[in-house]
Design a protein around this ligand. Structure first.
Ligand SMILES: [Fe+2]
Length: 261
C-alpha cells in the first residue's frame, strides 16, 4: 500500500460494509442506553490494516510529536492527608495533529491519502451507523502511535466547557498494530468500576466510545526481540459531535439519513 484509499469504505470487509448498508446487527449499538463502548474486529481487513501500519511507519513515524503527561510528583509529596491522592490525566504516546494544516505531519498525511480517507463520507457514515444518531458534518481527526511502554492513564474525555460536547460525543478508533506487539489492553468502567477489559493489540480492530466514559490504555508490551518498526500500535480516530446534542433520537435513523442536512 502506497496510499490510503479515498473512502474509508475501501478498508472494510463484507461485515464492515453491512454496517454502512444498515444491515448489520451492530447498527445503532451505541444508542442502547447502557452501552457506552463497542469493540469489534473483522470490520476492517487485517491485511489492509497491516499494510496501512507499514505505510505509516515509512511515511509518518519520523514526523510524530511525543505527547507526554507524567504523574506530577506533588501528587505524592504535597499530599497532606492519607489516601487523599488525586491522579490527573497521565499519558505517553506519539501523535500527529491532523487539524494543524501548516505542520509537516499534516502535509505528509495528506500526501499519502490519510487525511482524505478520514474526511471521507463513508468514515462519518460508519460512525453514525454505530452511534445510531445523526452526526455533524465536521469532525476531528487524529493519528496516534503507541510504542513499547506507551499508555494512557485513567481519564474520561468529558468536555463540560464545550456546549456542543457537554452532553457527550462519539470517538471512533481503528487500531493498526504491527506484528511485534505482544499486548495492549483498554480498560473501561461500567457502573463505577473498572471491570471491563478489551484487547486492542489488533490489526483492524475498531473501538467506539460514547463519551464521556472512564477508561485507560495499558502500556504496550512488545514481543521479545521484535524490531522497533513492528512493535507499534498505530491508531487513527475521528471525534464526532451529535447533530442534535440535546435530544436523544427517539427512532434510529437509517444510515442514509444519518448525514443529511
Ligand atoms: Fe480517551
Amino acid at each position: 500500500m502506497n496510499r490510503f484509499p479515498a473512502e474509508f469504505e475501501d478498508l472494510l470487509t463484507a461485515a464492515g460494509r453491512r454496517v454502512l448498508a444498515g444491515t448489520s446487527p451492530l447498527c445503532g449499538a451505541l444508542a442502547a442506553p447502557r452501552r457506552r463502548f463497542l469493540a469489534e474486529t473483522g470490520l476492517v481487513g487485517e491485511r489492509a490494516a497491516r499494510a496501512a501500519a507499514r505505510l505509516l511507519d515509512r511515511a509518518l513515524y519520523d514526523l510524530l510529536e511525543t505527547l507526554e503527561q507524567p504523574i506530577p510528583p506533588e501528587t505524592i509529596w504535597e499530599l497532606t492527608k492519607n489516601y487523599g491522592e488525586r491522579l490527573p490525566k497521565t499519558a505517553r504516546m506519539k501523535t500527529a495533529y491532523l487539524d494543524r494544516r501548516r505542520e509537516r505531519a499534516y502535509r505528509r498525511a495528506e500526501d499519502i491519502g490519510l487525511v482524505g480517507m478520514l474526511r471521507s463520507q463513508s468514515f462519518a457514515a460508519f460512525a453514525a451507523a454505530l452511534a445510531g444518531r445523526a452526526l455533524r458534518r465536521r469532525w476531528g481527526i487524529q493519528l496516534l502511535c503507541y510504542g513499547p511502554g506507551d499508555y494512557a492513564g485513567p481519564h474520561n474525555d468529558h468536555h463540560p466547557e464545550d456546549p456542543a460536547a457537554q452532553r457527550g460525543y462519539l470517538d471512533l478508533h481503528v487500531s493498526l498494530s504491527g506484528r511485534g506487539v505482544a499486548q495492549q489492553w483498554l480498560v473501561y468502567a461500567v457502573q463505577g468500576h473498572f471491570t471491563e477489559i478489551i484487547n486492542v493489540a489488533t490489526a483492524g480492530g475498531i473501538t467506539t466510545y460514547r463519551l464521556p466514559l472512564w477508561h485507560y490504555t495499558t502500556p504496550l508490551v512488545a514481543k521479545a526481540r521484535a524490531r522497533p518498526a513492528v512493535a507499534r500500535r498505530w491508531l487513527f480516530l475521528g471525534t464526532f459531535l451529535y447533530r442534535h446534542p440535546f435530544v436523544a433520537e427517539r427512532r434510529l435513523p437509517t444510515p442514509a439519513r444519518l448525514l443529511e442536512n
